[in-house]
Design a protein around this ligand. Sequence first.
Ligand code: OSB
Ligand code: MG
Length: 380
Amino acid sequence: MNPTPTASLEKLLVPKIDRIDLVTVRLPFVAPFGTSVYVWTDKEAMLMRLESGGVVAWSECVSDPDPFYFYETNGTARHIIKDFLLPLVEPGIALGELEARFRHVRGHGMAKATIENGLLNMLAMQQGVPLHRLLGRPAKKIMSGLSIGLKETRGALLDAVANAVAKRYQRVKMKIKKGQDIDWVEAVRDRFPDLRLMVDANGDYSLDDIGLLKRLDAFNLMMIEQPLAYNDIYQHAAIQKEMKTAICLDESIHSLADATTAIALGACRIINVKQGRVGGLMESMRIAGYCAGRGVDVWSGGMDETGIGRAVNIHLQTAEGFTLPGDTSETSNYFSEDIVEPPVVLRADGFIDIPEGPGIGVSVVPERILKRAVRMERLL
Ligand code: OSB
Ligand code: MG
C-alpha cells in the first residue's frame, strides 16, 4: 500500500490558463433513469473548457441541475467556481497548494473537482501522456458494471438484466426503493443464480427497516449500497453489525476523513468513490489507497456522465485500491449520441479499454456541443 499516492501530483504546477468557458449541455437519455429519489429523463451537464498555449482541455461537473441526489447543483457549482474557486487558481502554484486554498471553501467537491479534473487533463495533454500516466498508473483493462434504474415491471427489469449478462457486464446493480425490493431482487436472483448482483437504495430506508434489510441477506448480494439516510454514517454501522451482506456507502462519503470515520465505525465494508462527490481525482486516490490497506473494497461510481466524465472515471480506475467493477457502462446505455468520440464500448470479454491518446483520450465534437448546448458563458 502506498500511503501517499498523490505525492508527485501535488507537486505539479498549475499552468497559465488563457481562456475558460462553461458550457451546459442537455442530452436526452435513451430511457428514463429511475431511483428512489428521482427519475431523470436527460443529463444536463455543465462542462468546463480550458485553453492554455493553444491546447484545449475539457472537464465535466458531475452535478445534476437538481439537488435530489446531492446538495450541489449545476447552479451552485457555477456560483462556487466563478465567485470563489477560480479566483484562487494562480499559474505556477503547486496543485497541492491549490487544494489547500480550495479547502477554505467548505464542501462543494463537485465544483472543485471540475477545476481539478480540467487542470490534470490539461497537464496530461501538454505532456502528451494519457491521464492515467499523469496519475502515475500503468494502463490496464477496466472492469465494467451496469446500474439498472427502477423499472415499471419485473419483466422489464429481467430483460435489462438479461441484456447486461449477454454483454458480459462484470456485475449488475439494480436500484431498489421501499415497496420495490425483496420480490424484485428475488425475481432477478431466481433467474440469474450466479450473477454478481448488488442493490442501491439511495437512502430510502431507516433503522426501523432492519427486518426487511436482513431479508436481503438471502440473495447472496455483493453489497447493499446506501440503504440508510444520505447523510448518515453511524446508523449504517448499527445495521452492518446485524447483516451478513456488505454495506457500501455512496452519498455519505465526501472526503478521506469521511471514509476514515466510516471504516473506524464499521459502517461499511465497501466504498463507492465518485470522484466529483469527493472533490476530485487526487482525493479519490487517497481514499482508495487508504482503503486498500484496510481490506475495504472501493469502486468507481458514476453520475450518468457524458463521455468526458466517463473517460475520467475510466482513467481513475487504474489507481491502487479500485478492486471491484464500478458503474462504468457503455455510452449507448445512456445516449444515442454523446458529445465525444469514441464512445465507451464493452470488449467481447466484458472489459473496457482506456481511450488512447493524451489527456482523457476522447475528443469533444464541436458540432455536437453546439447542438446540445443550453447555456454558454465565458469566464476568462
Ligand atoms: O446512486 O450511484 C447512484 C446515477 C445518478 C445519481 C446517483 C447514482 C446513479 C447511478 C448510475 O447509480 C451510475 C451511472 O451509471 O453512471
Ligand atoms: Mg449510489
